[in-house]
Ligand binder design. Structure first.
Ligand code: DGI
Ligand code: FE
Ligand code: FE
Length: 196
């Protein structure tokens, strides 16, 4: 499929607002890729498709995700908002003919993050968190920070999500916890306070 065909398919799958979000994420991901020496075209495509399954009925998201490498632990089972990410990667491979592993991994982990995220995964995670349509307080400032320091925004996003989920007594997926621990663990190791 060409980029134009993929874009039309994504548009047909999404509510208008969600399509605008996807276009914003694609554009920002391309800019962040250019700044960080990643493939800008790949980043744009990853942004365009990342939420492609978001507006499907939950049962369909479940079925598509079921065919992926998803592990149905308690947090995954209890959080249907997480299913569109693995479902999206699976859909991209099967229906959009995208086989680039960097793109598929970025889509797969765009919601939870994971320990050992690659550059493309960080770019999509950050572009999704700070796209122009985000309306939480500080969103503009966080987008500005993303232009200078990708890792700082990954860290901020993970900390925010864990705070928000735990405040509402929601389960936190282990991939999110591991991504967070990896980042704070690195900082601890680098500091004098680290005494194993
Ligand atoms: O799809 P978007 O709204 O653009 O952004 P997203 O894919 O990051 O959002 C998915 C939602 O999932 C978000 O509101 C937070 C929620 N969520 C539920 N459980 C978890 C979680 N997010 C993370 N990172 N980890 C969780 O365990
Ligand atoms: Fe999403
Ligand atoms: Fe999104």
């Amino acid at each position: 499929m060409t980029l134009e065909e993929i874009t039309q398919r994504v548009k047909s799958m999404l509510k208008p607002k969600r399509f605008v979000h996807s276009c914003n994420v694609a554009r920002l991901a391309r800019e962040l890729a250019e700044k960080n020496g990643a493939d800008a075209d790949k980043a744009y495509l990853a942004g365009m498709i990342h939420d492609v399954c978001k507006n499907l009925p939950e049962e369909e998201q479940f079925t598509i995700a079921h065919n992926s490498d998803i592990i149905w632990d308690n947090a995954m089972m209890a959080s249907p908002q997480l299913w569109h990410a693995p479902a999206g990667a699976e859909y991209a491979r099967k229906e959009l003919g995208i086989h680039d592993e960097e793109i598929l991994l970025a889509v797969r982990y765009h919601t939870t993050g994971r320990a050992g995220m690659g550059l493309m995964e960080k770019i999509l995670f950050v572009a999704d968190l700070t796209s122009d349509d985000r309306e939480y307080p500080g969103a503009r400032e966080l987008q500005e920070l993303a232009r200078n320091n990708l890792d700082a925004v990954v860290e901020e996003g993970l900390a925010f999500t864990i705070r928000d989920l735990s405040q509402h007594r929601r389960p936190v997926h282990l991939d999110t916890v591991r991504a967070y621990n990896e980042i704070v663990g690195r900082k601890l190791e680098a500091s004098d306070a680290f005494r194993p």
